[in-house]
Write a protein that binds this ligand. Structure first.
Ligand code: C2E
Ligand code: CA
Ligand code: CA
Length: 438
């Protein structure tokens, strides 16, 4: 092994181990190789879990000693030609450009772990600690510059930590691509929210009233158009908005879009009703009930023309925040809909404890009912039960004439689905209702 030792940061002890190189020399080494093709082998990035905690409990010197120990263990297991670098504070990278396999990388990690376990034991459990590692096969790296090789190791290591530490995570290219896409989308969504919701659009899907035999309202559905990635499905971007909390401003924005649009739709169809979806995050982390009520008064709307749709995942019976919001909206005369009923776990008890105005049957349930007699009978019994509790039923996902005939025999109050119209832009929805009321 080359004897050159670089000094990194303030912790130099580990670098005194022979054969251990610093981050700068790793970059130099890779540059010097001036690789023309991806190397064969792997990179193993190792990190001590919670060194901060050890430093706090046993002192910095103890922490430094552990770093040196781990460096020693790594050094004793690497093969001639493999290189080990002290990357940052408590991180090491083993570089194998010798054609090492995934099994070789995992083997190395396991050996180091076993040495650590032994070390802990002979030191009478003075400090119990673990290491995490990210293993990247060179074949999975795009490009072969220093930074192209390092970036995936950063991801693989953070994934190992995220999965609960004390493990070696093997880099998965597909997973990494998804991660990069999500990160990009996250940035774009944040930028869009902070620049007047550019890229966001409110779509409207007609809701048909079986009593009036006409379109009676619409569900507002959010859309996001990314400059780079194109049209993104809400199934992808709503969870990101929720994770980042951006659903709070975006939810307020769509609420105002919905109410503004509803005012215009009411000039064509008097009493037109608009539905908005509310996420559990909005309930837990904002005053969404007050937002809805103040928007309704700002737009000078009849509260009963507004329906708030909530999925079961938003209900925490014991949560007073939720109960407060629910009662506030109910008292104000806003309609409440229990969304996605029949998808996965559906708690029948909510029907009586929450007393919603409308139950929305999930499109999966509708599809199953149109394909199986058993599911159809189940849906029929459910609709009968909801009606006996004086609840209105809206059946979603009605796409074809055949489905419509079946659905109508269940006497729901409302039907929603592609048969009556797909979600569309404000202008298209306006055209649709203008035509149907001609
Ligand atoms: P959801 O609330 O259950 O909305 C109904 C979804 O079913 C919509 O998907 C709609 O396009 C789709 N759909 C309606 N009829 C049919 C049909 O006949 N066949 C099929 N195959 N699909 C139909 P979309 O617009 O992709 O929205 C997906 C989900 O994203 C929504 O499910 C809702 O949970 C969430 N979402 C959308 N907009 C918002 C929003 O503004 N706020 C919140 N919190 N969530 C939203
Ligand atoms: Ca909905
Ligand atoms: Ca739904």
């Amino acid at each position: 092994m080359a004897g050159c030792i670089n000094e990194i940061g303030t912790r130099q002890k580990a670098d005194n181990i022979s054969g251990l190189l610093g981050e700068a020399s790793m970059e130099q080494y890779i540059n010097k190789l001036s690789l023309q093709a991806p190397p064969k082998g792997f990179l193993l990035r190792i990190d001590i879990d919670d060194l901060k905690g050890i430093n706090a409990r046993l002192g910095l010197e103890y922490g430094d000693m552990l770093i040196s120990k781990i460096a020693e263990f790594i050094n004793s297991y690497i093969l001639p030609g493999q290189k080990v670098y002290h990357f940052t504070g408590d991180q090491f990278i083993v570089l194998d450009f010798l054609g090492g396999t995934e099994e070789d990388g995992k083997w190395l990690y396991k050996r180091i772990r076993t040495s650590i376990e032994h070390f802990i034991e002979i030191n009478n459990y003075e400090a119990v600690f673990t290491i995490s590692a990210g293993l990247v096969m060179c074949d999975d790296v795009e490009g072969f510059t220093f930074s192209a090789l390092i970036k995936p190791t950063e991801y693989a290591l953070s994934k190992a930590k995220h999965l609960g530490r004390n493990r070696c995570y093997v880099f998965d290219k597909k997973d990494y691509t998804n991660f990069l896409r999500k990160r990009k989308l996250m940035r774009e969504l944040r930028r869009a929210v902070n620049s007047g919701f550019e890229g966001f659009e409110a779509y409207f899907q007609p809701i048909y009233s079986t009593e009036l035999k006409s379109i009676y309202g619409a569900e507002t559905l959010m859309r996001f158009h990314s400059e780079d990635l194109g049209m993104i499905s809400p199934a992808e971007f709503i969870p990101i908005l929720e994770e980042t909390g951006l659903i709070i401003p975006a939810g307020r924005w769509i609420l105002n879009q919905a109410l503004g649009a509803c005012k215009r739709f009411q000039s064509i169809i008097p009493g037109f009703r608009i539905s908005v979806n509310i996420s559990p995050v909005q309930i837990m982390k904002s005053h969404v009930g007050s937002d809805v009520i103040s928007s309704i008064s700002e737009f000078d709307m009849e509260p009963s023309c507004v329906t708030v749709e909530l999925t079961e995942s938003g209900f925490l019976e014991s949560d007073t925040r939720f109960a407060k919001m629910w009662n506030k909206l109910k008292d104000a005369g806003v309609k409440l809909a229990l969304d996605d009923f029949g998808s996965g776990y559906s708690n029948f008890r909510y029907l009586t404890t929450l007393d919603p105005d409308i139950i929305k049957i999930d499109q999966i349930f509708t599809l199953k009912a149109s394909e199986s007699d058993f599911e159809y009978n189940l849906l029929m019994l459910f609709c009968e039960m909801a009606h006996s509790l004086n609840l209105n039923v809206c059946i979603e996902g009605t796409e074809t004439e055949v489905q419509l005939t079946k659905v109508q025999s269940l006497t729901p109050e409302y039907i929603q689905g592609y048969y009556f119209g797909k979600p569309c832009s404000y202008d298209d929805f306006l055209k649709l209702i203008q035509e149907t009321t001609k």
